[in-house]
Design a protein. Structure first.
Length: 301
Protein backbone atom coordinates (compact mmCIF):
# COMPACT_ATOMS: atom_id res chain seq x y z
CA UNK A 1 0.00 0.00 0.00
CA UNK A 2 3.01 2.26 -0.17
CA UNK A 3 2.68 4.96 -2.77
CA UNK A 4 5.23 5.64 -5.49
CA UNK A 5 8.68 4.33 -6.24
CA UNK A 6 7.50 0.75 -6.83
CA UNK A 7 9.67 0.28 -9.92
CA UNK A 8 12.81 1.87 -8.49
CA UNK A 9 15.64 -0.33 -7.22
CA UNK A 10 17.78 0.51 -4.19
CA UNK A 11 20.74 1.24 -6.47
CA UNK A 12 18.63 3.61 -8.57
CA UNK A 13 17.33 5.31 -5.44
CA UNK A 14 20.87 5.88 -4.21
CA UNK A 15 21.68 7.48 -7.56
CA UNK A 16 18.68 9.80 -7.27
CA UNK A 17 19.67 10.84 -3.74
CA UNK A 18 23.23 11.47 -4.91
CA UNK A 19 21.86 13.95 -7.45
CA UNK A 20 19.98 15.83 -4.72
CA UNK A 21 22.98 15.84 -2.38
CA UNK A 22 25.22 17.16 -5.16
CA UNK A 23 22.76 19.97 -5.82
CA UNK A 24 22.67 20.84 -2.12
CA UNK A 25 26.43 20.88 -1.82
CA UNK A 26 26.58 23.39 -4.65
CA UNK A 27 24.31 25.72 -2.75
CA UNK A 28 25.37 28.41 -0.29
CA UNK A 29 22.13 29.61 1.17
CA UNK A 30 21.75 33.16 2.44
CA UNK A 31 18.60 34.03 4.28
CA UNK A 32 17.44 37.04 6.24
CA UNK A 33 15.99 36.31 9.69
CA UNK A 34 14.70 39.33 11.53
CA UNK A 35 17.07 41.64 9.70
CA UNK A 36 20.13 39.44 10.32
CA UNK A 37 21.75 37.82 7.31
CA UNK A 38 22.77 34.23 8.12
CA UNK A 39 25.21 32.31 5.96
CA UNK A 40 24.15 28.65 6.03
CA UNK A 41 27.27 26.86 4.89
CA UNK A 42 26.87 23.09 4.60
CA UNK A 43 29.35 21.12 6.69
CA UNK A 44 27.80 17.76 5.83
CA UNK A 45 24.70 16.28 4.22
CA UNK A 46 23.76 13.10 6.08
CA UNK A 47 21.64 10.47 4.36
CA UNK A 48 19.23 9.29 7.05
CA UNK A 49 15.99 7.35 7.14
CA UNK A 50 15.81 3.74 5.99
CA UNK A 51 18.13 4.33 3.05
CA UNK A 52 20.85 5.62 5.36
CA UNK A 53 20.47 2.73 7.80
CA UNK A 54 20.38 -0.02 5.18
CA UNK A 55 16.84 -1.13 6.05
CA UNK A 56 15.09 0.04 2.89
CA UNK A 57 12.41 -2.10 1.30
CA UNK A 58 12.65 -1.76 -2.50
CA UNK A 59 9.83 0.40 -3.80
CA UNK A 60 9.30 2.17 -0.46
CA UNK A 61 12.02 4.71 0.13
CA UNK A 62 11.83 7.05 3.11
CA UNK A 63 14.81 9.36 2.98
CA UNK A 64 15.91 12.08 5.38
CA UNK A 65 18.61 14.44 4.20
CA UNK A 66 20.03 16.34 7.16
CA UNK A 67 22.10 19.44 6.48
CA UNK A 68 24.60 19.88 9.30
CA UNK A 69 25.97 23.40 9.52
CA UNK A 70 28.46 25.21 11.72
CA UNK A 71 27.04 28.55 10.57
CA UNK A 72 24.58 28.43 13.46
CA UNK A 73 25.41 27.37 16.98
CA UNK A 74 22.78 25.28 18.76
CA UNK A 75 21.84 28.29 20.91
CA UNK A 76 21.45 30.48 17.82
CA UNK A 77 19.28 27.85 16.17
CA UNK A 78 17.08 27.68 19.28
CA UNK A 79 16.77 31.47 19.29
CA UNK A 80 15.65 31.50 15.65
CA UNK A 81 13.12 28.79 16.53
CA UNK A 82 12.71 27.35 13.04
CA UNK A 83 13.95 27.22 9.49
CA UNK A 84 10.79 28.04 7.54
CA UNK A 85 12.24 30.88 5.46
CA UNK A 86 15.44 28.97 4.75
CA UNK A 87 13.40 25.92 3.71
CA UNK A 88 11.40 28.04 1.27
CA UNK A 89 14.64 29.24 -0.28
CA UNK A 90 15.86 25.65 -0.61
CA UNK A 91 12.53 24.82 -2.26
CA UNK A 92 13.09 27.50 -4.89
CA UNK A 93 16.69 26.46 -5.40
CA UNK A 94 16.00 22.73 -5.75
CA UNK A 95 13.10 23.45 -8.09
CA UNK A 96 15.49 25.39 -10.36
CA UNK A 97 18.16 22.66 -10.25
CA UNK A 98 16.10 19.49 -10.39
CA UNK A 99 13.44 20.88 -12.74
CA UNK A 100 10.29 18.93 -13.58
CA UNK A 101 11.22 15.81 -11.59
CA UNK A 102 10.98 17.94 -8.41
CA UNK A 103 7.61 18.20 -6.62
CA UNK A 104 7.17 20.05 -3.35
CA UNK A 105 4.88 18.29 -0.88
CA UNK A 106 5.09 20.70 2.04
CA UNK A 107 7.27 23.01 4.11
CA UNK A 108 7.29 24.00 7.78
CA UNK A 109 9.69 25.29 10.42
CA UNK A 110 11.30 21.83 10.70
CA UNK A 111 11.58 20.51 7.17
CA UNK A 112 11.00 20.69 3.45
CA UNK A 113 9.16 17.66 2.10
CA UNK A 114 9.39 16.90 -1.59
CA UNK A 115 9.49 14.18 -4.21
CA UNK A 116 12.26 13.81 -6.73
CA UNK A 117 12.02 11.13 -9.42
CA UNK A 118 9.13 9.68 -7.40
CA UNK A 119 11.14 9.28 -4.19
CA UNK A 120 9.89 11.05 -1.06
CA UNK A 121 12.54 13.10 0.73
CA UNK A 122 12.53 15.18 3.90
CA UNK A 123 15.17 17.93 4.02
CA UNK A 124 16.15 19.00 7.53
CA UNK A 125 18.71 21.35 9.06
CA UNK A 126 20.74 20.90 12.23
CA UNK A 127 23.54 22.80 13.91
CA UNK A 128 26.65 20.67 14.24
CA UNK A 129 27.17 18.89 17.56
CA UNK A 130 30.72 17.69 18.17
CA UNK A 131 29.65 14.89 20.50
CA UNK A 132 26.66 13.04 21.91
CA UNK A 133 27.40 14.56 25.30
CA UNK A 134 27.20 18.08 23.90
CA UNK A 135 23.87 17.19 22.28
CA UNK A 136 22.38 15.73 25.47
CA UNK A 137 23.52 18.67 27.61
CA UNK A 138 21.95 21.03 25.08
CA UNK A 139 18.62 19.14 25.15
CA UNK A 140 18.54 19.48 28.93
CA UNK A 141 18.85 23.25 28.75
CA UNK A 142 16.67 24.15 25.77
CA UNK A 143 12.97 24.99 26.09
CA UNK A 144 10.93 21.79 25.84
CA UNK A 145 8.78 23.10 23.00
CA UNK A 146 11.91 23.63 20.87
CA UNK A 147 13.30 20.12 21.30
CA UNK A 148 11.53 18.69 18.18
CA UNK A 149 13.55 21.13 16.05
CA UNK A 150 16.68 19.22 17.11
CA UNK A 151 15.39 15.65 16.71
CA UNK A 152 17.19 15.29 13.38
CA UNK A 153 20.47 16.18 15.13
CA UNK A 154 20.53 12.59 16.47
CA UNK A 155 20.39 11.04 12.98
CA UNK A 156 24.05 10.00 12.82
CA UNK A 157 23.79 8.14 16.13
CA UNK A 158 20.51 6.51 15.12
CA UNK A 159 22.26 5.15 12.04
CA UNK A 160 25.22 3.94 14.08
CA UNK A 161 22.90 2.15 16.53
CA UNK A 162 20.86 0.29 13.91
CA UNK A 163 23.89 -0.63 11.82
CA UNK A 164 25.66 -2.09 14.87
CA UNK A 165 23.35 -5.13 14.67
CA UNK A 166 23.94 -8.19 12.45
CA UNK A 167 22.73 -8.20 8.86
CA UNK A 168 20.10 -10.82 9.70
CA UNK A 169 18.45 -8.35 12.08
CA UNK A 170 18.36 -5.74 9.32
CA UNK A 171 16.77 -8.40 7.09
CA UNK A 172 14.00 -9.05 9.64
CA UNK A 173 13.46 -5.29 9.87
CA UNK A 174 12.98 -5.17 6.09
CA UNK A 175 10.49 -8.05 6.21
CA UNK A 176 8.54 -6.30 8.97
CA UNK A 177 8.48 -3.06 6.97
CA UNK A 178 7.23 -4.93 3.90
CA UNK A 179 4.43 -6.37 6.05
CA UNK A 180 3.66 -2.87 7.34
CA UNK A 181 3.44 -1.52 3.80
CA UNK A 182 0.92 -4.21 2.87
CA UNK A 183 -1.16 -3.60 6.01
CA UNK A 184 -1.43 0.21 6.12
CA UNK A 185 -1.85 2.93 3.53
CA UNK A 186 0.87 5.59 3.55
CA UNK A 187 -1.01 8.16 5.65
CA UNK A 188 -3.32 5.80 7.49
CA UNK A 189 -3.73 6.35 11.21
CA UNK A 190 -1.86 3.98 13.48
CA UNK A 191 0.82 3.21 10.88
CA UNK A 192 4.12 2.46 12.67
CA UNK A 193 7.10 4.49 11.50
CA UNK A 194 10.15 2.84 10.01
CA UNK A 195 12.27 3.81 13.01
CA UNK A 196 9.74 2.38 15.47
CA UNK A 197 9.80 -0.91 13.54
CA UNK A 198 13.61 -0.92 13.56
CA UNK A 199 13.74 -0.51 17.33
CA UNK A 200 11.00 -3.05 18.06
CA UNK A 201 12.63 -5.73 15.89
CA UNK A 202 16.01 -5.06 17.52
CA UNK A 203 14.52 -5.37 21.02
CA UNK A 204 12.64 -8.54 20.00
CA UNK A 205 15.91 -10.01 18.73
CA UNK A 206 17.61 -9.15 22.03
CA UNK A 207 14.74 -10.49 24.14
CA UNK A 208 14.82 -13.71 22.13
CA UNK A 209 18.45 -14.34 23.04
CA UNK A 210 20.20 -12.68 20.10
CA UNK A 211 19.67 -15.73 17.90
CA UNK A 212 18.54 -16.07 14.29
CA UNK A 213 15.14 -17.66 14.93
CA UNK A 214 12.24 -15.93 13.13
CA UNK A 215 9.53 -17.67 15.16
CA UNK A 216 11.12 -16.58 18.45
CA UNK A 217 11.73 -13.02 17.21
CA UNK A 218 8.10 -12.77 16.08
CA UNK A 219 6.90 -14.12 19.44
CA UNK A 220 8.90 -11.45 21.25
CA UNK A 221 7.74 -8.77 18.81
CA UNK A 222 4.09 -9.67 19.42
CA UNK A 223 4.68 -9.38 23.17
CA UNK A 224 6.20 -5.92 22.77
CA UNK A 225 3.49 -4.57 20.48
CA UNK A 226 0.60 -5.97 22.52
CA UNK A 227 1.97 -4.83 25.89
CA UNK A 228 0.12 -1.64 26.82
CA UNK A 229 2.72 -0.97 29.51
CA UNK A 230 5.73 -1.69 27.31
CA UNK A 231 9.15 -0.58 28.55
CA UNK A 232 11.96 -0.32 25.97
CA UNK A 233 15.19 1.61 26.30
CA UNK A 234 18.94 1.19 25.85
CA UNK A 235 21.89 2.69 27.69
CA UNK A 236 24.70 2.47 25.13
CA UNK A 237 24.68 6.22 24.52
CA UNK A 238 23.43 7.68 27.80
CA UNK A 239 22.56 6.48 31.33
CA UNK A 240 18.96 5.66 32.18
CA UNK A 241 18.59 8.72 34.38
CA UNK A 242 18.80 10.89 31.23
CA UNK A 243 15.44 9.45 30.14
CA UNK A 244 13.54 10.73 33.16
CA UNK A 245 14.64 14.29 32.51
CA UNK A 246 12.30 14.27 29.52
CA UNK A 247 9.77 11.49 30.13
CA UNK A 248 7.50 10.15 32.83
CA UNK A 249 8.68 7.02 34.64
CA UNK A 250 5.24 5.55 34.06
CA UNK A 251 5.06 3.26 31.01
CA UNK A 252 4.41 2.83 28.16
CA UNK A 253 7.60 4.10 26.58
CA UNK A 254 9.97 3.13 23.77
CA UNK A 255 12.91 5.50 24.08
CA UNK A 256 15.12 6.44 21.15
CA UNK A 257 18.62 5.08 21.93
CA UNK A 258 20.12 8.20 20.32
CA UNK A 259 17.75 10.81 21.78
CA UNK A 260 16.45 10.39 25.34
CA UNK A 261 13.72 12.99 24.77
CA UNK A 262 12.06 10.95 22.00
CA UNK A 263 9.43 8.44 23.16
CA UNK A 264 8.49 6.48 20.04
CA UNK A 265 5.45 4.99 21.74
CA UNK A 266 4.02 8.46 21.13
CA UNK A 267 6.00 9.76 18.16
CA UNK A 268 6.35 6.47 16.26
CA UNK A 269 2.77 5.94 15.08
CA UNK A 270 0.69 8.08 12.75
CA UNK A 271 -2.11 9.74 14.67
CA UNK A 272 -5.56 8.34 13.89
CA UNK A 273 -8.70 10.28 13.15
CA UNK A 274 -11.18 9.76 15.97
CA UNK A 275 -13.33 7.25 14.07
CA UNK A 276 -10.31 5.15 13.09
CA UNK A 277 -8.89 5.25 16.60
CA UNK A 278 -12.23 4.19 18.05
CA UNK A 279 -12.56 1.34 15.54
CA UNK A 280 -9.25 -0.18 16.62
CA UNK A 281 -9.08 0.99 20.22
CA UNK A 282 -6.54 3.81 19.90
CA UNK A 283 -3.55 4.65 17.73
CA UNK A 284 -1.84 1.32 18.53
CA UNK A 285 -5.03 -0.69 18.07
CA UNK A 286 -4.50 -1.84 14.49
CA UNK A 287 -0.83 -2.64 15.17
CA UNK A 288 -1.88 -4.95 18.01
CA UNK A 289 -4.71 -6.42 15.97
CA UNK A 290 -2.61 -7.20 12.88
CA UNK A 291 0.83 -8.12 14.29
CA UNK A 292 -0.05 -11.83 14.48
CA UNK A 293 -0.25 -11.91 10.65
CA UNK A 294 3.45 -11.04 10.30
CA UNK A 295 5.51 -13.87 8.80
CA UNK A 296 9.22 -13.29 9.41
CA UNK A 297 10.18 -16.50 7.61
CA UNK A 298 8.84 -15.11 4.34
CA UNK A 299 11.61 -13.86 2.07
CA UNK A 300 11.19 -11.28 -0.64
CA UNK A 301 9.45 -7.93 -0.40
Amino acid sequence: MAAGGSNITVAEAKGVIHEVVTALQNKNAKQIHGGVVSQIAISEVLKGGSLGKGTTVPGDFDVDLVIFTRSLTPDEAAKIGGYGQIMMEYDQYLRSQLMRSYQKKGVNEHSLQFKYSNISIDLLISPYFDSKQQYYRFLEGVDREKIPLFSCSASRWQIEFVQSYPNIVLEYIKRTKAWRNNTWYDDEGGRPSSYLIELLVIKAYENGGNIDAPAIIKQQLVKLVCNKKVVVYWTQNYPANEIWKFNSRSPPYIIDPANPSNNLYISGVTKSHSYAANAYGGDWGKFRSEISSLDLSRTGY
